[in-house]
Design a protein around this ligand. Structure first.
Ligand code: PAF
Length: 288
C-alpha cells in the first residue's frame, strides 16, 4: 500500500492504474477505522481493481470544536487496518492540502435532505461541510465507484443527490451497517463510551428492533411504531434528540407504514452522540 499526501501524487497513481485499464474504488473516511469501514474496503476490493481510501478528518463538518478535538486519530493503526482490508492507496492529505489559503467555495445540497433530522440538530452547515469535502475528494481521486455506509443514511442520500445534481461521473454504493454482537452500530465514537453508557447505547438498536417488531406484528400507524421505539429508549434511560419515521428517499415524515420506511434515531449517551437507523419494509420481497 502506498501512502500519499498531495492531490498531485494521488492523481498520478490513479492515472497510471487507469492507463493500465484498472477500475478505481474510493472509500472516503475520517480514520478511526472500525469493522464498518473494513467492510466497505472489502466491498470496494470486490467491485474495483484498485482501492483508494482517503483519511481526512474534515474540520468543516464538525459543528462543535470539542467534537473535532475529541475525534480519535491514529494514522498508523488505520494504515495497517486499511492495508489488511485490501487498500492499495492511502490518501491522507493535511488540512492545508484540502483547504489551501484563500479557499472560499461551499457545495450545498439545499432543502429537506439537509435541513431535517441531522441537519435540524447539527445545523445544515454539517452537510455543507460533508458535500464540499466529498466533492473535493471525488474530484481529487476521480474514482469509478465511491463507497459510503448506511449507518449515515441521511449522508448517503445527500451524496447520491449531490452526484446526480452535478452529473458527477461516479457510482455511489451504500454498504450495510455493521454491528457489534449486541446490536450497537459500529462507529468511531463507540470507543468513547464508558461501561455504563456502553450498555445504555445498545438502547438505540434495541429501539429500532422494537419498531421493526411492531411493524412485523401488523402495526401500520407511524406514531404507534415510534412510540414502541421510544418506550425501549426509556427502558435504557436514553432520551433521543430525534426518533423519526420517514420516507427513505425524501426523509419526509410518514404517518402510515406502507412500503418502505426509514426509522432514524439520534441520542447523546453520556458525552457521545450516536445515530442509527433501520429500513423497514412491508413489501413482501424487500424494497419495493
Ligand atoms: O462519513 C464520514 O466519515 C465522513 O462524513 C466523510 C464521508 C468521510 C466526509 O468527511
Amino acid at each position: 500500500m502506498r501512502t500519499v499526501r498531495t492531490v498531485a501524487e494521488v492523481r498520478e497513481l490513479v492515472r497510471a492504474e487507469r492507463a493500465a485499464g484498472r477500475s478505481i474504488g474510493l472509500v472516503p473516511t475520517m480514520g478511526a477505522l472500525h469493522d464498518g469501514h473494513l467492510s466497505l474496503l472489502r466491498q470496494a476490493g470486490a467491485a474495483c481493481d484498485v482501492v483508494v481510501m482517503s483519511l481526512f478528518v474534515n474540520p468543516t463538518q464538525f459543528n462543535e470544536g470539542a467534537d473535532l478535538d475529541a475525534y480519535p486519530r491514529d494514522e498508523a493503526a488505520d494504515a495497517q487496518a486499511a492495508r489488511s482490508a485490501g487498500c492499495a492507496i492511502l490518501f491522507a492529505p493535511d488540512v492545508k492540502e484540502v483547504y489551501p489559503d484563500g479557499f472560499c467555495t461551499t457545495v450545498e445540497v439545499a432543502g429537506p435532505l439537509t435541513s431535517t433530522l441531522e441537519g435540524a440538530h447539527r445545523g445544515p452547515s454539517h452537510f455543507h461541510g460533508v458535500t464540499t469535502v466529498v466533492t473535493k475528494l471525488l474530484n481529487m481521486v476521480q474514482p469509478d465507484v465511491a463507497f459510503f455506509g448506511q449507518k449515515d443514511a441521511q449522508q448517503a442520500l445527500v451524496i447520491r443527490r449531490l452526484v446526480r445534481d452535478l452529473d458527477m461521473p461516479v457510482r455511489i454504493v451504500v454498504g450495510d451497517t455493521v454491528r457489534e454482537p449486541d446490536g450497537l452500530a459500529r462507529s468511531s465514537r463507540n470507543v468513547r463510551l464508558s461501561g455504563e453508557d456502553r450498555a445504555r447505547a445498545t438502547g438505540l438498536s434495541r429501539a429500532l428492533r422494537a419498531a421493526e417488531q411492531a411493524v412485523v406484528a401488523g402495526e401500520r400507524d407511524a406514531d404507534a411504531v415510534a412510540a414502541a421505539a421510544r418506550a425501549t429508549l426509556t427502558d435504557f434511560a436514553v432520551d433521543p434528540e430525534y426518533l423519526a419515521v420517514v420516507d427513505p428517499e425524501t426523509l419526509a415524515p410518514r404517518t402510515e407504514i406502507d412500503g418502505d420506511v426509514l426509522v432514524a434515531v439520534a441520542a447523546r449517551v453520556g458525552a457521545v452522540r450516536l445515530i442509527d437507523n433501520v429500513l423497514i419494509t412491508t413489501t413482501p420481497n424487500g424494497r419495493g
